[in-house]
Design a protein around this ligand. Structure first.
Ligand code: LLP
Length: 423
């Protein structure tokens, strides 16, 4: 069973759109990230339909997958971008993003990043603390510009997701406690170099229920009303919190299933004029990619059967970090090998280096496996740990494959290091 119509078995062989995956493995080697252009477009289309006729800006949370070609695709489709670093700003601009559609989130914005974003002329800074507000005001003042500001409020709602990707609780480092927000808005209004335009929250990632969004919305609208009574009128509300995707048997909400009730509330409470911003990452890319890997060895021990593959935790960190589940599909399933319960592990020298556990599969050495739903937070969290070159990325479009990132070469791994010149 596959989780995306773009990665399907045809004549018993797993394809990416119209290309059998073994062809891509032959052409580009493994491990290899394979994305489907059609899947990216379909994921966008679901947002496009949900926002039709509504004042909504979708800013792609590009940390999920920041390959330039992926950004370019979303830029062309009309997306804005949610960035969290100067590096992401540079990437977004390189991919052709319109600065006026970029929002800048994150708790630790450095001075150079703020300067770069002000120079570019982004839509909004999502400010997360009083100290950041001060820094932003000072830099904007020095530069003789006005910085557009929204405060990221922490609404203290439980998004019922993994603790590491839950962001809207009081104990998280993110945002400004909602009770403290009015005072900070008043502080922001005192700086002539700031233009206060919005409010923002982000409650977590891989969210599968509507209730946490509506709870957050309710609290933010109450805050907006309270501020308006004091003469602080906001133009937009950024309802951050990423819709979940299907990794195995989840039933994710569609963008319409999120926005329909949100707009019901907005209209009922007289907030029709507000612009809504969304910051989806995973739901735009997660099921549009797989990680293709080859089995180097099968190893049978007294207590476990291991398939040792050429991808590892450095290529896909989610299982090691969150014990995340990714489906594993053989590219060319065969039935003559004995079926066993395998742990799919990488070559890295850590017991935490596993990609999947306890999977019942009929495998042989040399087989190709597709680790599914690896379009989000896979390459973007990859490292070179164990001095492993980061893998190539390919975007499939029908019967064509575009190499959108070359595999790193060994010399790339230490190209920016320096030997000591002393003996
Ligand atoms: N905006 C902000 C401010 C965020 O912090 C995030 C994700 C997003 C947008 C995009 O959220 P999404 O739609 O992808 O849920 N590495 C973890 C996910 C961490 C998400 C952090 N923030 C994972 O692999 O599950």
């Amino acid at each position: 069973m596959t989780v995306s119509p773009q990665f399907e078995y045809k004549n018993g062989i797993l394809h990416a759109e119209d290309i059998p995956l073994y062809e891509l493995a032959e052409r580009y080697a493994t491990p290899l990230y394979v994305y489907s252009r059609q899947a990216l477009r379909q994921a966008w289309e679901r947002y496009a339909q949900a926002i039709m006729g509504r004042n909504v800006l979708v800013c792609y949370g590009m940390k999920a997958n920041s390959n330039l070609a992926v950004l370019q695709e979303f830029q062309r489709l009309g997306a804005g971008f949610d960035i969290v670093s100067g590096g992401e700003l540079a990437r977004a601009l390189k991919a052709g993003a319109q600065p006026e559609l970029i929002v800048f989130s994150g708790v630790g914005k450095q001075a150079w990043e703020i300067r770069a974003a002000l120079t570019a002329g982004i839509k909004c800074f999502n400010v997360e603390s009083s100290a950041e507000l001060e820094r932003l005001a000072d830099i904007a003042h020095e530069m003789g510009v006005r910085a557009p500001v929204s405060l990221r409020v922490n609404p203290d709602v439980d998004a019922h997701t993994h603790p590491y990707i839950s962001t809207g609780l009081k104990e998280n480092k993110f945002g400004i406690a909602i009770e403290a927000a009015p005072a900070l808005y008043h502080q922001a209004m005192q700086y002539p170099s700031l233009e206060v335009i919005g409010v923002d929250c982000h409650i977590g990632s891989q969210i599968l229920e509507i209730a946490p969004y509506l709870d957050a919305l309710d609290k933010l609208l109450t805050l907006i009303t309270h501020l308006a009574e004091q003469g602080i009128v906001l133009k937009h509300l950024d309802l951050g919190g990423g819709l979940g995707i299907r990794y195995t048997d989840e039933t994710p909400l569609t963008p319409s299933e999120l926005l329909d009730p949100v707009f019901e509330v907005l209209n009922a409470r007289g907030f029709g004029h507000l612009q809504i911003i969304l910051e989806p990452g995973r739901s735009l890319v997660g099921n549009a990619g797989i990680l293709l890997t080859r089995i180097e060895y099968l190893k049978h021990t007294e207590v476990r059967d291991f398939a040792i593959v050429d991808a590892a935790m450095n290529d896909l960190m989610r299982p090691a970090l969150y014990e995340a589940w990714h489906d594993v599909e053989p590219v060319e399933p065969h039935h003559n090998a004995p079926t066993r319960t395998y742990d799919i592990v990488g070559p890295i020298c850590e017991s935490g280096d596993w990609l999947a556990r306890g999977r019942t599969l009929a495998l042989e050495q040399g087989d190709l496996l597709a680790i599914m739903s690896a379009g989000a937070y896979a390459f973007s969290m990859a490292s070179q740990y164990n001095t492993r070159p980061r893998a190539a990325e390919v975007l499939v479009d029908g019967a064509r494959a575009h190499l959108i990132r070359s595999r790193e070469r060994l010399q790339d791994l230490y190209a920016s290091e320096h030997l000591l010149d002393t003996v």
